[in-house]
Design a protein around this ligand. Structure first.
Ligand SMILES: Nc1ncnc2c1ncn2[C@@H]1O[C@H](COP(=O)(O)OP(=O)(O)O)[C@@H](O)[C@H]1O
Ligand SMILES: [Mg+2]
Length: 251
């Protein structure tokens, strides 16, 4: 199996709080891995270590290694802007910029120095098609993104992420602010995107984890209790705590 990310023995602290405790996880390429576990167990903190988003928090300290394509992303030589292009992120609440639909998708391309109008138009169209939003917005590209529905805004955020052609897309509960129809659209999109991208999705929804993911990891109190094929985790969990969680006994 080919792994795109290998996290090895990660410990994360915020001040004296020990948040992640010896977390190791390998992420297979071009598949969907779901991270599950009760609120506060460290799922968001973990995915934020994968594109160095925690670096923005002054109290953050970490040890352990994260390899992306075999290279240590915490090496001081790594360009963090370039890293976040390779490992993109979609958040729980859709967070479009208060700009036009076009400019939202073009944003990252411009940051990376693409200013040619024809290239921008082509890449924006490709990204919107990739995010299954093009048909709904092709005639309103110059309108504000804030006028879109929540589900459309989330697909726009996905378009903005894929426009710069990342290798990995981190999704932190991307459907939890959406209605069921918009959620289905995002899940369909995840199925389509996994051909070209590696996706790591945090989800509270057990059915969603079984629908979208091939691999899953169960977090509890800052540790990974167990990880493996999603059907194994859900049908034949090895650990009693996993079974208690997936059957709804806590969390
Ligand atoms: N910036 C921060 N400073 C201090 N503690 C934090 C910070 N961010 C998260 N935490 C704590 O880290 C733990 C894990 O949080 P988080 O990774 O957000 O969990 P999850 O995403 O699984 O709900 C929680 O106890 C949370 O309160
Ligand atoms: Mg979280």
């Amino acid at each position: 199996m080919e792994y795109i990310i290998e996290a090895e023995n990660l410990n994360v602290y915020f001040d004296e709080l020990h948040i992640l405790k010896g977390v190791s996880l390998k992420i297979p390429k071009n598949t969907v891995t779901a991270l599950i576990g009760p609120s506060g167990c460290g799922k968001s903190t973990f995915i934020r270590t994968l594109n160095r988003m925690n670096d923005l928090i002054s109290t953050f300290r970490m040890d352990g290694t994260v390899l992306l394509d075999g290279e240590d992303i915490y090496n001081p030589k790594v360009d963090v802007v370039d890293l976040r292009k390779r490992v993109g992120m979609v958040f729980q609440k859709p967070n479009p910029f208060p700009k036009s639909i076009f400019d939202n998708v073009a944003y990252g391309l411009r940051v990376h120095g693409i200013n040619d109008k024809d290239i921008l138009e082509h890449k924006v169209e490709e990204a919107l098609k990739g995010a299954a939003l093009w048909d709904e917005v092709e005639n309103i590209l110059d309108k504000s993104a804030m006028g879109l529905s929540g589900g459309q805004q989330q697909r726009l955020c996905i378009a903005r992420t894929i426009a710069v052609e990342p290798e990995v897309i981190l999704m932190d509960e991307p459907c939890s602010a959406l209605d069921p129809i918009s959620t289905t659209k995002i899940e369909d999109l995840i199925h389509k995107l996994k051909k070209d991208y590696t996706i790591i999705i945090v989800t509270h929804n057990m059915q969603q984890a079984t629908r979208v993911s091939k691999y899953a990891a169960f977090f509890l109190h800052g540790e990974i209790v167990e990880n493996g094929r999603t059907e194994q985790i859900f049908l034949e969990p090895c650990d009693q705590r996993t079974e208690d969680y997936i059957t709804g006994r806590f969390g």
